[in-house]
Design a protein around this ligand. Structure first.
Ligand code: DAT
Ligand code: MG
Length: 138
């Protein structure tokens, strides 16, 4: 069975949306394998976002992700990697489709980095890599 790594980012935790986001994951029929409120560290984020190192928004992204606790989740289900990306919606909350987490709950804060509530692994390879970073015990 497929697994993916989902994060409710600090904006989502701060706004009290963790429960709503967990509800949507469970309502879709995915099984929660691990759920843990964590303070991210520079070490974890350096690994998690290594593909974005050097991009113009990278420093702001890491700073934002360090700004408060993150809810780290591993969810399991048929095609859950693709399925959660679909639930999350497009990266930019302004254009994310209504019905998606980012489309319904996110907005443009006019900041250097998009505070778009959630992260979801973008491929099976990313999922394996990211689960190892956040939950090495799994
Ligand atoms: P996603 O989270 O949809 O997989 P991504 O991996 O391309 O998007 O980028 C990681 C995060 O970085 C994204 O959730 C928000 C931020 N980000 C991406 N592109 C950005 C941009 N052009 N300006 C500001 N923030 C950006
Ligand atoms: Mg990504």
């Amino acid at each position: 069975m497929e697994r993916t790594l989902i994060l409710v980012k600090p904006d989502g935790v701060h706004r009290g949306l963790s429960g709503e986001i967990l509800r949507r994951i469970e309502a879709k029929g995915y099984r929660l394998v691990a759920v843990e409120l964590r303070q991210a560290t520079p070490e974890i984020l350096g690994r998690h976002y290594e593909e974005h190192a050097g991009k113009p928004f990278y420093e702001a992204l890491v700073e934002f992700m360090l700004s408060g606790p993150t809810l780290a989740i591993v969810a399991e289900g048929q095609r859950v990697v693709e399925g959660f990306r679909s639930l999350a919606g497009a990266t930019d909350p302004t254009v994310a489709a209504p019905g998606t987490i980012r489309g319904d709950l996110g907005r443009d804060w006019g900041l250097k980095v998009m505070q778009n509530l959630v992260h979801g692994s973008d491929s099976l390879e990313s999922a394996a890599r990211e689960i190892e970073i956040w939950f090495p015990e799994l």
